[in-house]
Design a protein around this ligand. Sequence first.
Ligand code: FAD
Ligand code: FES
Ligand code: FES
Length: 494
Amino acid sequence: MLTSMPIASSQTIQFLRRGEVVTLNNVPPTRTLLEVLREDLGFTGTKEGCGEGDCGACTVVLGEADGDQLTFKAVNSCIRMAHSVHGLALWTVEDLSAANAASQHPAQEAMVQCHASQCGFCTPGFVMSLFGMYQNHVLQGRPITRELAQTELSGNLCRCTGYRPILDAAQQMADYPSVRLDHTSINRQLAEIQPQAPDANSLYQLPGTLAALLTARAAQPKAQLVAGCTDVGLWVTKMHKQFDAVIDVSRVAELRRIEQQGGNLVIGAAATLHDAFTALLKSWPELKTFATRFAGLPVRNSGTLGGNVANGSPIGDSMPLLIALKSRIVLASLRGEREIPLEDFYTGYRQNLLAADEVVAFVKVPTSSVQTSLLRAYKISKRYDDDISAVCLVLNLTLDGDLVRDISIGAGGVAATPVRARQTEAALRGQPWSQASVQAAMQTLRAEFEPISDMRASSSYRLQVLGNLLQRFWLESQGEQHINLEAFKLEALS
Ligand SMILES: Cc1cc2nc3c(=O)[nH]c(=O)nc-3n(C[C@H](O)[C@H](O)[C@H](O)COP(=O)(O)OP(=O)(O)OC[C@H]3O[C@@H](n4cnc5c(N)ncnc54)[C@H](O)[C@@H]3O)c2cc1C
Ligand code: FES
Ligand code: FES
């Protein structure tokens, strides 16, 4: 650390970069990775644009040991706390040609050859997202399709060049001689970095087990709990909040697991949004568009399902889905565990049942209805990619012949919390699944909530859209699969 800071942390941060372990002492708990890179270490290749996870200028790639392999994730360094990279390998834009000193990395070469940069401010971020794609797709022998490139670059904004040449570059990377990292040697070096020892006096704790997390939580109930920091990071960079102590759940092994247990898909609260959606897609492939419209990849690579649920934003996207899927959440503390339906977790605007010593531990999603139901998740936002919902509606219908045997409906953007549309469900249950029933239910749905007007949408717009989405669901259930999405995007903008 080159700068002196008002608050000192007792824990040392160590991460691997360019084949060497970087050691940092006395890093305050809310110092971001970007601040450390640019201001403390002087590596200014990584840029700062928005400082809130939206533009991707600050993208870096993290590597983590996974058995004898490495996993790679492009993340936003502007909202990621520096302590969270302890024990990981880090690549910034300065590091790529170092991997192959004789020439540029294929990610860089492709950007040059495709004329994919003008002012260059966004370019380091794009190159790092491309580097992540190179590791995760090109070197695994998987082609980069246009669709994949678009999905994985949706967290990077460019204001001058235009996206066509950048997408071309993504697809062209595979044409250059391949550049491979030595996973064995990186893993060996990573293994030499000791996990941070549990220490109740530490200002940033990174526990590795659930027991250690619950002990830390009980000892420091006022410490700020964080996971991927894609919400909390903005409290730091935009609201200038400082926390005296932070407990980071992102390394808790049990909470990162995703397992099928009996009739439930059990998703650990610290599973990233990317991993959680990948698991959900195995049962419900129809959620693909919805999943890729949740933020951009760097946010999904850091942010967790548990963080989304615990944050409890009324416009959060996973809760309407999880409510419609009848998910339950498990809260854990040293006192034990309790399990509750997700919709009962919320008690008011960003308020919930979590006690001071508890954490959200697991989300249990029943998979028994996978084959029998029709599931649709609709997100209406001003921008198609990387935007927060104005309204989110998820419907999960099971028919018995022509009758509605069951329907569960989760909604976002229409109340102070994510909600279940119980009245509408009751209005439809046992009724014929017909245009007449749906039209009556549209009125019930519009009457069930009193959304606010804000910068995203007016109250009346939200109510109008709610009913329209139910109508759309009806049409899709009748086989009208090819509804013009462009029309819906225009509707969202009007
Ligand atoms: C650019 C951008 C785009 C975004 N787009 C979307 C979007 O499309 N849809 C959407 O819903 N959200 C979006 N978000 C918000 C955010 O990414 C999600 O809410 C994410 O799931 C938060 O998870 P996290 O792990 O980063 O939580 P953090 O920021 O680390 O924590 C959020 C809150 O949850 C608490 N918390 C975290 N884990 C636990 C736990 N295990 N137990 C108890 N409390 C816990 C923290 O104390 C904090 O109060 C976006 C954010 C950004 C920056
Ligand atoms: S600076 Fe814009 S995403 Fe980090
Ligand atoms: S080249 Fe200027 S923002 Fe992309």
